[in-house]
Design a protein. Structure first.
Length: 155
């Protein structure tokens, strides 16, 4: 009962997305949009932060772009397959968000390329991920999985 009262007086805030969420909207303290940790804030603070964040918010196009990147690399169950093989010590949602960030950074740095058709298509195979530097991707996934994984590969 005390926990329910507490959750009705507070919200969870994501500093990355600059959004507040009700406690029941969050799983394991991770933001449902970006996967980063959230922190508890009071109701009034959540309202003020939300109003202020509207001016500072990430563009909706950036959010949609990340969603498209995620849809491309997870299509045909690839996200689940990577998750099972790597077996990181994190939830699938957090893993998905972290790999999406890695791939966005890889695209920025030039070792990942996304092929997107000029107009929307029903054929999902038109949306592709090309790993220009596969070794770099493997290194990034090993770092995500933890130092034990990289050590096992050296032996």
């Amino acid at each position: 009962m005390a926990e329910q009262q507490k959750s009705s007086k507070t919200y969870l805030w994501c500093d990355t997305c600059r959004r507040s969420y009700r406690h029941e909207e969050i799983e394991n303290g991770a933001c449902p949009v970006c996967g980063h940790p959230t922190r508890e804030v009071g109701k009034f603070s959540a309202i003020l932060r939300g109003l202020m964040a509207n001016e500072l918010a990430t563009s909706p196009i950036v959010t949609k772009h990340r969603q498209l990147v995620k849809l491309i690399w997870t299509q045909n169950g690839m996200g689940e397959q990577y998750y099972r093989v790597i077996a990181p010590d994190m939830t699938y949602n957090k893993f998905e968000a972290r790999v999406t960030e890695i791939l966005c950074r890889g695209a920025e740095e030039g070792w990942v390329k996304f092929n997107i058709p000029p107009a929307p298509r029903d054929d999902e195979s038109a949306y592709k991920l090309d790993l220009i530097d596969e070794d770099r991707f493997v290194t990034e996934l090993q770092a995500l999985a933890g130092p034990d994984t990289a050590e096992q590969d050296k032996n």
